[in-house]
Design a protein around this ligand. Structure first.
Ligand SMILES: C[S@@+](CC[C@H](N)C(=O)[O-])C[C@H]1O[C@@H](n2cnc3c(N)ncnc32)[C@H](O)[C@@H]1O
Length: 259
């Protein structure tokens, strides 16, 4: 076997072993619980904008975007804009790679690749910073509830102009809201692409961890995913991603569209 194939096979075996390592998985859950108490996911920035994610999931997004090469990323939940900027910057890399391959001149303002963000409350200072960012030309924002019919309609209209779509859900984390988002947006996910549901980890946290939130174990993004998958065999949980990450806020949340 050539060394590249050998390395790939070794990595796959090691990821399978992580999936069976209940001790490591338990340690990872404990670690995630303790860092959540310290708001660890607020500590990071992407090209200067605060991003509310753990670094492992950022790397997973990079791997997915490189593999899928989407022309549209739909995201619910903007906050400070870090994830919008991160995803837009990865689309910029894809454009740069296309230009290198084809020898064409790179003009970011003519790029079709775009990130569409939806948030019920885009604070003025966040909007200003996102619109002033070098990645801004690749970003479109819509303000409103992600499950309001008029917002869903606007997103569907935008999506019509694109061929390869990746979806990320990271807004209100109640079961009912995430299930409604899945019903509204998951079908826009292209075959072989992903619908990533963040904060499914809430289901694995202690019941008293979210006293001031409407969500918690039993009423979380993960319960919404499980409910949605009962009648949507076109999606499968990509277990390999959560096994390799170990530290992820999206266990059972990396949904691959298989048909
Ligand atoms: C966890 S933050 C998003 C973090 C962001 N994706 C990141 O990685 O930096 C959640 C966001 O969801 C928004 N949100 C809450 N309810 C919403 C709703 N019904 N529709 C759309 N956005 C909502 C909040 O305003 C907040 O900005």
């Amino acid at each position: 076997m050539n060394p590249i194939e050998q390395f790939k096979q070794d990595v796959e075996q090691s990821i399978d072993a992580l999936g069976e390592d209940m001790d490591l998985q338990a340690f990872s859950r404990i670690w995630l619980r303790q860092i959540a108490l310290r708001k660890y996911s607020h500590n990071f920035r992407w090209m200067g904008r605060p991003i509310i994610q753990v670094p492992q999931d950022m790397v997973a997004m990079q791997e997915l975007i490189w593999e899928i090469k989407p022309d549209l990323i739909i995201e619910t939940g903007i906050a400070h804009g870090g994830s919008l900027i991160m995803n837009a910057s990865m689309l910029a890399f894809l454009d740069m790679c296309d230009a290198i391959e084809s020898g064409a001149t790179l003009n970011p303002r003519e790029s079709k690749r775009k990130v569409l963000g939806i948030d019920i409350d885009i604070r003025a200072y966040n909007r200003e910073a996102i619109e002033a960012h070098p990645m801004a030309s690749r970003i479109q924002m819509i303000q409103g509830s992600s499950i309001a019919p008029e917002i869903v309609e606007q997103v569907q209209q935008v999506a019509k102009g694109y061929e390869c779509i990746l979806v990320c859900l990271d807004s209100n984390h109640t079961h009912a809201h995430v299930l409604a988002e899945l019903q509204a947006y998951a079908s826009l996910t292209s075959v072989r692409s992903y619908c990533v549901v963040f904060d499914t980890i809430i289901e694995d946290m202690p019941a008293d961890m979210f006293p001031d939130r409407p969500w918690g174990p039993g009423d979380s993004p993960k319960t919404a995913v499980w409910e949605y998958l009962k009648s949507h065999p076109e999606f499968e949980i990509d277990q390999g991603i959560q096994h390799k990450l170990l530290i992820t806020v999206a266990p059972d949340g990396y949904l691959k569209r298989v048909s």
